[in-house]
Write a protein that binds this ligand. Sequence first.
Ligand code: PMP
Length: 457
Amino acid sequence: MLDNDFSPVVEADKAHVWHHLFQHKALESRDPRIIVEGKGLSVWDQNGREFLDAVSGGVWTVNVGYGRESIADAVREQLVKMNYFAGAAGSVPGALFAEKLISKMPGMSRVYYTNSGSEANEKAFKMVRQIAHKRFGGKKRKILFRERDYHGTTIAALSAGGQPERNAQYGPFAPGFVEVPHCLEYRAQWDLTGEAYGQRAADAIEEVILREGPDTVGALCLEPVTAGGGVITPPPGYWERVQEICRKHDVLLHIDEVVCGLGRTGTWFGYQNYGIEPDFVTMAKGVASGYAAIACCVTSERVFDLFKTDASDPLDHFRDISTFGGCTAGPAAAIENMRIIEDEGLLDNTLAMGARLLDNLNALSEKHAAVGDVRGKGLFCGVELVADRGDRTPLDEKTVAAVVAECDRNGVIIGMTNRSLPGLNNTLCLSPALTVSAEQIDRISDTIDAALTTVLG
Ligand code: PMP
């Protein structure tokens, strides 16, 4: 493969592909990067150059690493037998994956298949709205989301998006979505730290519920660890209080596990670090590690039961379908993906290697004044860069991008946050595959160390 001449591919790409998150003017002076092969944590571009991928496919997806023949075999075997059937019928891998998944999610019960994280979130939003209509006379239909969180790219998902710069130019948005404050202690809105900050940030959610009226609020949708908005690990005591508030006001809790799901934080799901009992859990990226497109909206039996009413009323079920929710490649790949995580002990590796990565990154803060805050849970870490440690002025976006580019030049692909808030695009992101070794962890942090020295001195 690597001996191939990829120039026709490069020309075809330049002529016809519209890349995600990309200003195409840049291709007037250079070629696009085409990733042509992958194995483990390594990827190769069209010129045969090898990179260590520290972000699992750019957007924290390939949890079990590249080149997994057993997943390809499972998908092939399934596709030649039965590739697709949609609607009310089930499928063999659909049933077996649901059973396997629920066995790792005590308290949850039903899996609704779809094909992207955005769509999985929209399913949960629609369920909340339908519950409001069925049970609360159309009230309790507002959905709360958090500043800096992201739930997807469609207009309704963007309406629940807490990153204003990402939403700019795409309004008007859907009504009925209300923002609550973020919980990033490093950029605290109140003069508090530790548990006191965690409690205060959670209480801020209750203030919004009380302001809007508890009888109008149906659900609260949160990421367990905010991903693109800054790799924000929750402060102590936060989640316990959030759960209490939701119970008190009969607000359904929707956890967006699109990034944290399937092992990223060292537990099967991010919420399981915090003792939460959710009503909805949505997931996508790591479900099949990118070997097939699959996403799920998982609900508790309590939610499912609300839809089990009068079988004779044709309007009285969840009136929703996802065409590609009927593809069998997704659940076939997902079963094998889970088997790999289990049999190779990848949750334990995530905890061990995540701790090593966090230690290495914390050591960087002793060496580089630009390292303002280091955050992480499992193999999901962020390094917030600042121009001034004293007043925490964020490092400007161009300089942060130069650090990322310098790592790339040295063969390590790392990421940076989205423009979560104006002026705040200053966090390096790391999310290597859960198979990462100690040597690879050290290479990632050594490369960042060298890039900070080169760019910032
Ligand atoms: N939720 C979160 C937390 C995400 O990070 C993303 C994607 N980056 C989504 C939802 C949307 O997923 P998708 O791109 O598959 O629609």
